[in-house]
Each structure stands twice: as structure tokens, then as C-alpha cells.
Design a protein. Sequence first.
Length: 285
Amino acid sequence: MPEGDTVFLAGKRLHAALAGKLLLRGELRHPRWAEHDLAGLIVTGVASVGKHLFTRFDDGTSLHSHFRMDGSWHLYRPGMRWRRPEYEARAVLANEDRVAVGFALHDLELLPTDDEDRLVGHLGPDLLDPAWDAGLAAEALRRFTSRADHEVGLVLLEQRVMAGVGNLYKTEACFLLGVSPWTKVRDLPDPEEVITLSRKLLLANADRPEQTTTGSTRMGEAHWVFERGGRECRRCGTRIRTADQGDGIYARIAYWCPRCQPGPTPAPAPRQGRRRSGSGATRRY
């Protein structure tokens, strides 16, 4: 799932392309909203809230979209060929200069702008909120420390605590803090540093598509441990380990260096026996 900085950048670019301009084309290719034609409306703005995106119109409505795992917004000049198949398009918003196409937007909703809070009111403070201040930082810290008995890696992903962190920044923040993702929040030496670092990492990449936590955007050098399972730690040379963290559909792969990130580690997964399928083939579970 995209990180908050990816959604923030999409919103910033859509705002620059659409805000203040009349829509000549406004198609919603979604079963629930297909009868709505947005042509003739003026886009008043586009803004992100955590991993949610709102495109606002002058009739007092907003188009809400969420990328989930495979969604995205693309910008084109009129007549340009789209980079994804047309059948994946769920929204097409075009003015005389630009065409914005929302691909694979599984979550799409048209609602009154005044009702946006219905979709995002449950979220914690948005780490990329332009209005971020000491009050929002304190609220994020309050929500974070209230999860004292939970694993820091899971709490970082909980959007109700603070919005914007995904698996990439969760992984890299734990490494940079020198803690195991399975460390309990109550055992962190400085919980406030977790919020500060998470926001710093998101801000550092909010204005570019490349995401780096090492300072390098060169291929293969952008991250400390994320997606580097089995390779040597950039700091100490220890082999980076991986394991699932979380349950069911919420499980995410955790990457960590056991030397640079001392602390709790997951129990070894029990060895599963072989079960026979109805066809007589062997299947591993």
C-alpha cells in the first residue's frame, strides 16, 4: 500500500493541474457513480489526508479516492497515450490543458465536502498536514503511547494513531531508531522521537517520486533494510532477517538487522506438516 508521501505528492500534482479550472470531462467509471457527470464543474482544490485523497468541486461536493494496493492517478496532456489499460480507469477529469486519470481506484465516493470527516475523522494526525504544529504532535504522541502494550512496528502502521506511515517507513524508522519492530511501545526510550523521525522521513520524500531513507536515490541504495532480506546490513554486515508481523490480512513483512536492532524477535514459525489435497497433490500451508 502506498506511503503517505506518495498520496501527498499525487494530491499536490493534481491540485496544480486541476485547481481553479473548468472540467470539460468528468467521468466516474464506477458502478455506484457511473451516472454522475462532473463536466462543467470547477475544481476548487485537491488535498490528501493521510492516504486518502479528496478532489473538491465548486458545487460543494468532493471526490474521495484511496489507492489501496494498486491504485494511482496519472496526469497527461490531451491526446497522450495512457500508460495503463483503459479498462482500469475509474475516473477521468480533464480540462483544456491536462487529463487526470484515476486507475484501479477501488475506493471511490462522491460526497458533500462538509461530510469528508465521515471518511477520515477516525484517523490520527496526518504527519504531512501543512498545519502540523505542537498540538498535532502532542496528539500523535498521546495516541502512540496509549498503545503501550502493542508492538511498535504494528502501531506505526495504525492510521488511527498517526496517518501516513506504511511498511517502508515503519521498517526504516525502526532501523534508524535501533529497535526491533517487536519492541513494545512501553519499552521505547523516547516515544516522541518515533513521531519526529516518522514525520522527517515522510517530509524528506514528499516532493519527489523517489523514496530514500539513506540519502541516496541510486538503484539499490535507497533503503537501509526495507526489501533487503538476506542481504548484508549496510552498517554492520549482519544478514538482514525477515518475518511476518501482524495477523491475517493485516500481516506485513518486517525487515530488521538483529545486531543493529536488539530486542524481541518473533518466535520461529511452527513447521507445517504436509496435507493431501483432493487431487492427491501435496500442498504447503
